[in-house]
Design a protein around this ligand. Structure first.
Ligand code: NAI
Length: 213
């Protein structure tokens, strides 16, 4: 499948297509036109056609899109046709919330272990994943396969812990710490900052209020 030169804007929209198609599939809808999908998703039909054409175009003139096929293909593009071993660094409020959310596992992201520097947490289990002391991290990643590391520790700690993990071959970070990680080119980072999302919301709210005056 051709995946080169797909803009990050398109990649950004794919999870949303995937979610809508999953919902259609769940209620037994087998095919959908770009026009119908456009109404549901509030995206123009031409945008949908353009986006999906990036992947060779799964639609057929006069037939529309085969929901299950498109769902599966987008799943493959998003790398959801396999399972990922995830570990979480930080067993505080956020680390626990991530570990407790069972839907990640349904998508193939399986939380295998959690690490924290608080010795009192060692030995606990959170939804089946054991909490280890942070001193056990190097030993663990030397012996176990880890695909993704979620960083749910303070920003002052995140860089050092990430470096240890990178030196042991970790290639993907789901970074919740409020810092930009400095990583080599073969390592990918997805930053998730709820406060930035809130700031965009407050900006839009303020804009709306000034327009309504
Ligand atoms: P918390 O204080 O409940 O938990 C932090 C945990 O990290 C504690 O259990 C602590 O012992 C552990 N820890 C600290 N340094 C460590 C290290 N070097 N190695 C292993 N464990 C270590 O804090 P909370 O609410 O869970 O937040 C965690 C981090 O995530 C904070 O930095 C916070 O700013 C950030 N955060 C980010 C959000 C986002 O949207 N990106 C949302 C909420 C929190």
């Amino acid at each position: 499948m051709e995946r080169k030169n797909i803009s990050s804007a398109v990649i950004h929209r794919l999870p949303r297509y995937y979610r809508y198609l999953g919902e259609l599939k769940d209620v037994g809808i087998e095919r959908i036109s770009s026009g119908e999908l456009s109404k549901k998703m509030n995206v123009t039909a031409s945008q949908i056609r353009q986006d999906l054409n990036n992947f060779g175009g799964f639609g057929q003139q006069g037939y529309g899109y085969n929901v299950e096929y498109l769902y599966d293909e987008i799943g493959k593009i998003l790398g959801l046709n396999k399972s990922y071993n995830v570990i979480i660094i930080g067993a505080g409020n956020l680390g626990r919330a991530i570990a407790n959310y069972s839907n990640f596992e349904k998508r193939g992201f399986v939380v295998k272990a959690i690490f924290d520097k608080n010795i009192e947490l060692k030995g606990q289990t959170i939804r089946g994943a054991k909490v280890y002391h942070i001193d056990e991290l190097e030993d663990y990643i030397t012996n176990e396969s880890v695909d993704i590391v979620a960083l749910a520790i303070p920003k002052t700690q995140a860089g050092d812990v990430a470096n240890i993990l990178i030196n042991h071959g970790v290639k993907a970070f789901w970074n919740f710490a409020h810092t930009d990680l400095d990583v080599p080119g073969d390592v990918v980072v997805e930053n998730v900052h709820l406060s930035e999302s809130l700031m965009r919301l407050s900006y839009n709210l303020a804009k709306k209020e000034s327009e309504d005056k």
